[in-house]
Design a protein around this ligand. Sequence first.
Ligand SMILES: *[C@@H]1O[C@H](CO)[C@@H](O)[C@H](O)[C@H]1NC(C)=O
Ligand SMILES: *[C@@H]1O[C@H](CO)[C@@H](O)[C@H](O)[C@H]1NC(C)=O
Ligand SMILES: *[C@@H]1O[C@H](CO)[C@@H](O)[C@H](O)[C@H]1NC(C)=O
Ligand SMILES: *[C@@H]1O[C@H](CO)[C@@H](O)[C@H](O)[C@H]1NC(C)=O
Ligand SMILES: *[C@@H]1O[C@H](CO)[C@@H](O)[C@H](O)[C@H]1NC(C)=O
Ligand SMILES: *[C@@H]1O[C@H](CO)[C@@H](O)[C@H](O)[C@H]1NC(C)=O
Ligand SMILES: [Ca+2]
Ligand SMILES: [Ca+2]
Ligand SMILES: [Ca+2]
Length: 597
Amino acid sequence: MTRYWTVYITIHGGSIGQNTANMGRELTLCVIVLGVLCCLSGGAASGSRGSGYRAINGGSNCAACTVVISLVEQLSEIYNETTVQALDRLCSFLPTNFQNACKAFAGFVGPILPEIITKEENSDTICHALPFCYTEPGHQRCQAYPSPSTGFEFGVRKRREVMRQHGLSLEKADICNLPGIKEICDYIDNIFDNHDPGVDIDKDGFSTVETLRGTSWRGRDCDDGNGDKHAGARPIMNDIADDSNCNGIYGSDPTTGKTYEEVLCGGTEQRGIAVLGDSISAHFHLPEEWMDARKLSIEVFKHLPFILENEIDWPQMSSATGHGNNSWPEVIQGPIDSLYLRLAARNRCNHRDYQNIAVNGADSHGMLGIQKSLSRDPAKDQPLLTLYALVGNDVCNGHEDTFADMTTPAQMRNNTMTTLRYLDKVLPMKSHVLLIGLADARILYNSLHNRIHPLGRYRNDFTYSMLYDFLNCLDVSPCRGWLQTNETIRNMTAVRAAELSNVLKDIATTEKSAFSAFNITYMDCPFEQVLNEWKKQGGEPWQLIEPIDGFHANQQGQALIAGAIWEDILQTSPAALGQLNRNNAVIQKIFGNQGGY
Ligand SMILES: *[C@@H]1O[C@H](CO)[C@@H](O)[C@H](O)[C@H]1NC(C)=O
Ligand SMILES: *[C@@H]1O[C@H](CO)[C@@H](O)[C@H](O)[C@H]1NC(C)=O
Ligand SMILES: *[C@@H]1O[C@H](CO)[C@@H](O)[C@H](O)[C@H]1NC(C)=O
Ligand SMILES: *[C@@H]1O[C@H](CO)[C@@H](O)[C@H](O)[C@H]1NC(C)=O
Ligand SMILES: *[C@@H]1O[C@H](CO)[C@@H](O)[C@H](O)[C@H]1NC(C)=O
Ligand SMILES: *[C@@H]1O[C@H](CO)[C@@H](O)[C@H](O)[C@H]1NC(C)=O
Ligand SMILES: [Ca+2]
Ligand SMILES: [Ca+2]
Ligand SMILES: [Ca+2]
């Protein structure tokens, strides 16, 4: 709690001087590369990765260095300026609170930049000289780009000489251990490791600020001083005096004396929506504008603090819990549609009753801990439509030996049953659980491998295949099994994914009567269906995929997924959606936007 406040106040420019100063130093480097550090490496946040796991050859430090140096090189060419000026330009794009940090970093590397970044060389040799990248015994050297014509070793040697002349260390470098950056990395880890709202005074799991697992993720708390009042509550005394379930409906009709909750919502089968999921459900989105040198600008970094505090996820625009309007058009574009919006349109009494309990990197093991941050009282709250949507990470937790760390079918069954038994204790009666199968993500490679990655757009020199090989070499790929140039391995991953989906399908049939609070249904991961329909309408699959990671559904994809899931539930278990409330128009007339979000 305390630490959350600290982060919040710091980033919002509050008054905790000392921490602000600490936060400032060289934060930028950490931040620019955060996507690589925290997220392309799979969001270690779920804590499900074995403790034995360790990246190789510099891991995310190396990937981060490669991105930053590539961008500086490209900027200097685009604006016809020196690399020092280009780095200054990059710093100037960042929000004020982050700029000093960037300038400190620029001051640190500035003197050697002109000598180490030259036209003939690429970021690989530079990052090996610095050395954020290195080659461990028994491993292959990792390169993003082909070797320079003058030879790889030659380039590295030349740069190391420069560094020696400037008295710089040639020890293996870990960005997060550089002076001043360690605290920042810890702060950021802290944001990514906590799954409960950072600002929640009454501890009911609902917040009044947007970020830090606040209202972007769960319906705004209409009274943060009373734990009995929150989205999804059964209204206390029918909300005769004020709103206890935060749906904006309260008071009584002056002519009849009856409460509005009773008249407009009573017997309408109110319910909420929650998703227990991974980065797809959280809607991970790293703005492509951050890695396309021609698009870098002040505008694209303007929401940086907000984006970090939401873990680079966009639950407020996701297929499960999207709501409201897009206030970030500089860095995310596309239509919003969601199960929540559809449930709320079906019955306006459901307003604000959404919870996004999804975490980047979550798999069925990690969910056993994450699930505890779901807030639902079986006696005092309304039923909950709950999605169990772990669509990838159980086959993504492989490292050098691809299969050894993947979840086995027996583990999948055990984990899922453990979560379902937990849900049976916390969910109100008449809830519904929808199990969603794992994706067959071979479509990602098939649609992307020859395409140019945003980082390579300027020079037309970096494809997704190159990205996959580079990240796998460093062992920091978010999913080695799918983001993979070896077809045999992709096929092996598909086999295991299908086995795990079958476990879920089997649970939905054989364990139907094992739980009293909810019915269970199963559906295949809808992404493939959505892609096929998109293709039928003349679209290209890549148009639905996040460009930076090549791994997630983008905004357009999220919206289509919402529709596909809704249609499935409507066909297989319409009771899970509740009835259409015939009072919707009256509610809108009396209560307007019901307090918004
Ligand atoms: C780039 O800048 C240099 C030095 O300022 C100048 O001589 C050169 O003409 C410029 N090149 C282009 C293409 O603008
Ligand atoms: C979204 O924007 C439209 C148009 O500006 C506005 O009418 C509507 O109230 C907004 N919705 C929300 C939830 O803010
Ligand atoms: C099943 O999962 C639970 C919870 O993680 C664990 O305690 C138990 O040992 C597991 N059982 C088997 C047979 O794997
Ligand atoms: C649960 O399933 C049964 C049998 O299909 C159905 O009659 C009932 O309405 C369902 N209950 C809910 C709350 O969906
Ligand atoms: C692809 O992976 C398989 C399984 O690990 C391996 O046996 C094979 O040699 C690999 N093929 C190539 C071309 O690397
Ligand atoms: C991978 O699976 C596809 C589809 O089942 C098949 O056509 C292809 O031959 C397989 N490739 C390898 C290398 O096993
Ligand atoms: Ca609260
Ligand atoms: Ca409250
Ligand atoms: Ca109410």
